[in-house]
Structure formats: structure tokens, C-alpha cells
Design a protein around this ligand. Structure first.
Ligand code: FE
Length: 164
């Protein structure tokens, strides 16, 4: 018998979509920034997009390990016409707040469905969201110190992801 309930399995499939859509959104930000020659910021969001695939994979692995069924859902088209660096960093933060809410809802559902074995996996995401929101707000705070977006870009670096 599967260790995962149907309800929780369905919710995780939706969360996989959320993570992939996050990746899609960050890719669109990355390409726009690249086009405007904000190379470091473009790299920042490209790495962020890559991280979202890892998040999706963690949910996929969990569903498979607990005997559930992965279903990939249709992805929403991301916004492509960004107006400014400021708009992007604000949207990035708003998006991470949305994801935090999704993870909190999953935690609540797991309590209801007595999905005890999901706790360690969900705890990882709860901790991850603290980091994601901190990274996003750090960009916003730092941006306030620059009058020029090109200078802001020059001072924004992000190391590539460590191999998993
Ligand atoms: Fe994520």
C-alpha cells in the first residue's frame, strides 16, 4: 500500500507545477536582464531557475518513494515584458512569498491527512523558504543603495549551484 494519500499526492503534483512555474518565471527574468546587459543579475536569476528544478525533483522523488503517482501539469506562461530591474526584484520577492504560503498549506494538509513521513521533506522546504525570502529581500535592500542599475548589477554576484 502506498505511504502517500491521494489528497497529498494531488497537492504535491500541484506543487511540482508551482516549482516549475517558478523556474519558468525566473528564466523569463533572466533572459530579459540578459537582453538589457545586466549580466550578473541575469546569472542570479538563471541560477535561481536551476534551483527550482531541484525543488521540483525533490517532490517528484518523494512521491515515487512513497508509492504515489507523479503527474506533470500544464505550466502557466510567465510574464515576459519586464519594465525594470526594480519590477523584477519586487516580483521575485512576491513570488517567493506565494511559494512560502504553498508550503505552509502543504504542511497543514499533511497534518490533516496524517502524512507523518512527509515532515522531514516539508521541513526542508520550510527552511529553504526562509533562505529564499531572505535572498529576495536582500536584493531589494541592496538595490536601494544604488542610483544606477548597471552599478547594482556589477555588485551582484551569485556562485553556481553546488552539484547535488
Ligand atoms: Fe522553489
Amino acid at each position: 500500500m502506498a505511504l502517500i494519500s491521494k489528497k497529498f499526492n494531488d497537492a504535491l503534483n500541484v506543487q511540482i507545477k508551482e516549482e516549475l512555474e517558478s523556474g519558468y518565471l525566473y528564466l523569463s527574468m533572466s533572459f530579459w536582464l540578459e537582453e538589457q546587459a545586466y549580466h550578473n543579475l541575469a546569472n542570479w536569476y538563471y541560477i535561481q531557475a536551476q534551483e527550482e528544478y531541484i525543488h521540483a525533483k525533490k517532490f517528484i522523488d518523494y512521491i515515487i518513494e512513497t508509492g504515489g503517482a507523479v503527474e506533470l501539469l500544464e505550466l502557466k506562461k510567465p510574464k515576459n515584458d519586464w519594465a525594470s530591474v526594480k519590477e523584477i526584484i519586487d516580483a521575485g520577492y512576491a513570488h517567493e512569498q506565494h511559494i512560502t504560503k504553498c508550503i505552509e498549506d502543504l504542511w497543514e494538509l499533511a497534518e490533516k491527512t496524517k502524512e507523518l513521513q512527509a515532515r522531514t521533506m516539508l521541513q526542508w522546504f520550510i527552511d529553504e523558504q526562509v533562505e529564499e525570502e531572505a535572498n529576495a529581500t536582500e536584493l531589494i535592500d541592496k538595490h536601494k543603495g544604488f542610483k544606477n542599475d548597471m552599478l547594482f548589477d556589477l555588485h551582484t554576484t551569485r556562485a553556481p549551484l553546488a552539484p547535488q
